[in-house]
Design a protein around this ligand. Sequence first.
Ligand code: HEC
Length: 147
Amino acid sequence: MKYFSGITLITLLFSPAWLYASQDFSSEIENRQAAFTAIEKYNEQIEEILDQSDSDWVLLEKRSAELVELSNSLTRLFPSGSAENSKAKENIWKNSDDFNKKLSVMQSHYSALEQGIKSKDKSAAEKALKQVNSTCRSCHRSYRSRW
Ligand code: HEC
């Protein structure tokens, strides 16, 4: 009996906290914004290195692997209802098929970038980077608010 009421008390004490925790998307928001910031920075770095005649392939490989990981991580960083306190628009979850498709197009161009860099094929890498960069604006136009 004593044991039972202890459990009940614990349940009562903790359930509001669990409810609150399930609504708090601040870590997903922080992580996706950090991922996008890194994506922008690494893209520029890769572009610069590819422009050099004596490119640092070791750094290119490292960065492109990181970009594959960062862009893949975005798949789980847009939980439904996480627009508040971020620049993500609500229509991400209304048009989730379209949003997810745009995300996966970006991810596949990053895989192509990584492949091009692994085989030290500059023109393939440059082409993939160009394709990656064409996905940014098309998604932002529909799914990122300006303020
Ligand atoms: C599938 C959609 C999508 C694609 C593709 C996409 N973005 Fe975004 N991006 C967003 C959304 C949504 C936000 C707002 C995120 C938030 O505020 O939580 C954002 C935010 C950002 C931010 C601001 C981060 C911050 O700290 O507020 C940067 C920088 C950025 N994106 C760069 C890029 C670049 C560079 C690319 C292309 C290589 C890209 N994005 C591709 C949807 C996308």
